[in-house]
Write a protein that binds this ligand. Structure first.
Ligand code: WT7
Length: 635
């Protein structure tokens, strides 16, 4: 069993040990797992190359560490509690024994379809148990899962399938989301028109609506599972073999396929889960994220299940059938740890007290927050009304790239402070640098957050583009991992995340590149160019503000073109990328060298009307006033 830190002194001791002797520190934790063969070397690394290898030449299978390692003691304990979209539908509870059986069966299905170790499997599914079974079945046979959030468009799905050269897509007929039904299979069919690498599609029947079936290519999950054997020998993989690819947005170009490997990710996800949430045997843990994001990978599936925990998976949305749904789920299953995003907290807070008051929720012990900075008001509401003033909030900072939580309080152990992620996890060595890369040591400093030593859960490369990996994370500052976030360290040594310093925005906890949204807008035939920036939004954290230059207006005028821009963005990326505000302008503020001065646009989007700092390098300073007056007229 992984050692659980239980006091502040214990944390300080562990932290110091992890810095003074990281290899010994992580090796001790890794010994708690089941390996076919242990490593020859704990860590080999060079950030300049860059190359990161943990538990080198170790051999294992991560699913044996979830199942075989837990079955004797927890076979009949729920592994996954699945709560359906509609509270009146039947829930599903899968014990470790039952989940194991399903995973083995589906692993055999994948093998029968010719999927082998190293092959990429795209998964585009709603939050149903088969999604968990699918990913674990991939891991069972050493195949690499690439899960695509089911809110992305056909076009985005196709991009990801093509980039990963996936051979097979696992999906469902449809998805339930609150009162809506989403035609998942239709989206897959559209995507596959441009994906020659895909040989097979396996479809779970969820909504049982009629869908098109392509003979030879499409198979029903239930048919394949019916005849599959439940005996499956896990495939041995190397510690540094890929476990999964997960795409995320960057400041430029197409989404990046973040690569996580097996041994280090396993150790890190398991260790951070146990310690941050202070999970105890028998607890019921509920993370409301979607498995299509890293939070779901690490803290619905891998982290909890590696610890033999009971993890609650919810299909629906927080406002269906009403704004008390999360709290009803907490009470229905006596949830002990609840982990969600600030955007959900703010949305529920905005609905008023009636949905949360009188819910009681006496089982809750720990509340978690992730994905974006949590403002003080939301923090207090969460603390007072959800946690009844008695549950510590863990504000967890991390990224798709870090694989697991990197800066966070340990619940009940590190004293919290609203809007601070507080202190680094053992093994994380944060440094704050200025724009020149000079380290800002000591307390009370503000700058860019970097990490100077590898940790086992960190990404290893960008799929198919190691050079981009180097450029993105290791070229800005010498010998440091660059996070992309601004940060402040206060007089107590606590870290407060200030938000991105690059052209990445965070909308409702969804990470988006402004360039991606611009490309989608620019694809519209009447658009000449555009610039997208984030601006403060009460519920979403950041909203999307698009400044658009059109050649001419079609029939339908301004409103017509705005509507068709929204449609286009939805189609190219997905509804989550739709701009909140579109301002049609006659030109963008550019320097003489043609670079858009986003700094000015950000200020305008924030509502600034007069002070824009130095604008002397602008080619046409007049354009600023014009945009300001147009912005003032925008509702
Ligand atoms: C970006 C990473 C980590 C899983 C979900 C998001 C922002 C994340 C916090 C936090 C302030 C946060 C950062 C980071 N972020 N957690 N607790 N406080 N900001 O993963 O999609 O890879 O996004 O989310 O800006 O860089 P992601």
């Amino acid at each position: 069993m992984i050692n659980k830190i239980s006091t502040l002194g214990g944390y300080i001791h562990e932290y110091q040990k992890s810095v003074a002797n990281p290899r010994e520190f992580w090796e001790q934790i890794a010994h708690e797992f089941y390996w076919h063969k242990k490593w020859d070397k704990v860590l080999d690394w060079d950030f300049r190359e860059p190359r990161i290898e943990w538990f080198k030449n170790g051999k294992l299978n991560i699913t044996e560490n979830i199942f075989e390692r837990n079955l004797f003691t927890r076979g009949n304990q729920p592994a996954i509690i699945w709560e359906p979209n509609d509270p009146n539908d039947q829930n599903r509870i899968l014990t470790y024994n039952e989940l194991y059986r399903e995973v083995c069966k589906f692993a055999n299905v994948l093998l029968s379809m010719g999927i082998r170790k190293g092959d990429r499997v795209a998964i585009y599914m709603p939050m149903i148990p088969e999604l968990a079974i699918s990913m674990l079945a991939c891991a069972r046979i050493g195949a690499v899962h690439s899960i695509v959030f089911a809110g992305f468009s056909a076009n985005s799905l196709a991009d990801r399938i093509i980039d990963a050269e996936a051979k097979i897509v696992l999906t469902s007929d449809g998805a339930y989301r609150g009162s809506k039904t989403i035609p998942i299979k239709e989206i897959v069919d559209e995507a596959l028109e441009t994906c020659p690498s895909v040989e097979h599609v396996v479809m779970v029947e969820r909504t049982r609506e009629k869908v098109a079936v392509k003979a030879g290519r499409d198979h029903l999950w239930s048919d394949l599972m019916q005849s599959a054997s439940h005996e499956n020998q896990a495939v041995e993989v190397d510690s540094e073999d890929m476990l999964f690819i997960l795409y995320t947005s960057g400041s430029t170009g197409k989404p990046k396929g973040i690569v996580h490997t097996t041994g280090g990710y396993m150790v890190y996800a398991a260790y951070t889960f146990k310690n941050v949430f202070q999970y105890s045997d028998g607890d019921v843990y509920f993370c409301s994220a979607d498995i299509g994001w890293i939070t779901g990978h690490s803290y619905i599936i891998y982290g909890p299940l590696l610890n033999g925990a009971t993890s609650l998976m919810f299909e629906g949305i927080p406002t269906y059938p009403d704004g008390g749904r999360y709290w009803d789920i907490v009470n229905k299953y006596n949830v002990n740890q609840f982990y969600t995003a600030p955007t959900a907290i703010r949305a529920l807070m905005a609905l008023g007290q009636q949905f949360v008051e009188n819910k009681g929720m006496p089982s809750l012990k720990v509340l978690g927050s992730v994905g974006e900075p949590i403002n003080e008001m939301a923090w207090h509401w969460y603390h007072d009304h959800v946690g009844n003033n008695r549950c510590p909030i863990v504000d967890t900072w991390w990224q798709t790239e870090t694989g697991g939580i990197a800066i966070s309080p340990l619940a009940g152990i590190i004293p919290t402070k609203p809007s601070f992620a507080t202190l680094p996890m053992p093994g994380i060595q944060p440094v704050i640098v200025d724009h020149e890369g000079k380290e800002l040591a000591g307390r009370s400093v503000e700058g860019i957050l970097c990490i100077k030593f590898p940790w086992p859960g960190m990404l290893r490369t960008i799929y198919g583009d190691h050079e981009r990996f180097k450029q993105t994370y290791f070229s800005n500052y010498d010998n440091l991992y660059f996070s992309g976030d601004g940060v402040k360290r206060d007089e107590d040594g606590y870290y407060r995340i200030l938000g991105r310093v690059d052209d990445v925005i965070n909308v409702s906890g969804h990470r988006m590149g402004t360039a991606e949204v611009e490309n989608a807008i620019n694809a519209h035939p009447l658009v000449n160019e555009s610039a997208v920036v984030g601006y403060p939004h009460d519920i979403k954290g950041q909203g999307i503000f698009a400044f658009v230059v059109c050649g001419e207006l079609s029939t339908g005028g301004e409103e017509g073109i705005k509507t068709s821009i929204l449609k286009a963005v939805s189609k190219i990326i997905g509804p989550i990328a739709k701009p909140d505000k579109i301002l049609l302008v006659s030109g963008l503020p550019k320097t003489r060298s043609g670079k858009i001065m986003r700094r000015i646009l950000r200020k305008i989007a924030e509502g600034e009307t007069a002070s824009f700092g130095d604008t002397t390098t602008l080619l046409d300073p007049g354009v600023v006033n014009e945009i300001v007056s147009a912005a003032q007229k925008l509702k």
